[in-house]
Design a protein around this ligand. Structure first.
Ligand code: PEP
Length: 260
């Protein structure tokens, strides 16, 4: 049985005050809902993590995730934030390998594998992002690209560790562009990813692992995307900055019958 996840990636947005207002509104709106059947994760920028983990502690309405962590354990790495530091703030999740990090910060699958190792060592769950750019899809190379990202970045983990991982399929051409993958395109890739997990780790792991869709997912298209059999929720960028839209996406996720 797979419980849906909706994770909001705030990216590099919001002043402290704006972040406080946004999270207050998210909490108010979540509180208006009867028991939500999905897990909500909010991933703010580093400086706001503690504000959110403190609230989480009081309210228990959502889990908190970081957007990145260092591949190194500790030491002379100016500007870096370690997995251990995140864990010490009660952060449970961390996005790894977002396409913006791959593109603007040159993060390779090999570096991402190290980041995932640091997170697992510190009992946190990586949300590992994979996805092809437009040229790769147009050249019909999208399955090959995603397979390589998984094999080099994730599949070194053993069976125990992989159980803590969430995968996010984010076609790069759909991120922040308003151009969403069709439900069929999303389902096709999610089924492919699950089949690879099955090949490496067997049926039980493949049945349990959550695979989120990300890329211009919003309050208008969430139900259609999340209704696909292998889509277990979403990683939401732009729409996570509007409390009304974000909570609507969470409600839509929780209204879709859980898959056995
Ligand atoms: C993202 O950044 O992970 C994302 C999916 O962004 P957006 O929803 O804005 O396309």
């Amino acid at each position: 049985m797979r419980n849906k996840i909706v994770a909001g990636n705030w990216k590099m947005n919001c002043s402290f005050d704006e972040a406080e207002m946004l999270v207050d509104e998210i909490l108010d709106r979540l509180e208006e809902q009867e028991e939500l059947e999905c897990e909500v994760i909010v991933c703010p920028p580093f400086p706001y993590l503690e504000m959110l983990t403190d609230m989480e502690f009081e309210e228990q309405q959502f889990n908190v995730g970081a957007q990145n962590c260092s591949a190194y354990e500790k030491g002379a790495y100016t500007g870096e934030v370690s997995a251990k530091m995140l864990r010490s703030l009660d952060v449970d999740y961390c996005i790894v390998g977002h396409s913006e990090r791959r593109k603007y910060f040159g993060e390779t699958n090999e570096v991402l594998a190290e980041k995932i190792n640091r997170l697992i060592e510190n009992n946190m769950s990586p949300i590992y992002c994979v996805g092809e750019v437009l040229e790769e899809r147009e050249a019909n190379r999208h399955f090959e690209v995603v397979k390589e990202q998984l094999e080099k970045g994730l599949f070194h983990l053993d069976r125990d560790a992989i159980n803590d991982v969430v995968i996010a399929y984010e076609p790069v051409w759909a991120i922040g562009t308003g151009k969403t993958a069709t439900p069929d395109q999303a389902q096709e890739m999610h089924a492919f990813i699950r089949s690879l997990v099955k090949e490496h780790y067997g049926d039980a792991v493949a049945d349990e692992i959550r695979i989120l869709y990300g890329g211009s997912c919003n309050a208008k298209n969430a139900t259609e995307l999340f209704s696909q059999p292998d889509v277990d929720g979403g990683l939401i960028g732009g729409a996570s900055l509007k409390a009304e839209d974000f909570v609507s996406i969470c409600v839509q996720a929780s209204q879709i019958k859980e898959k056995e």
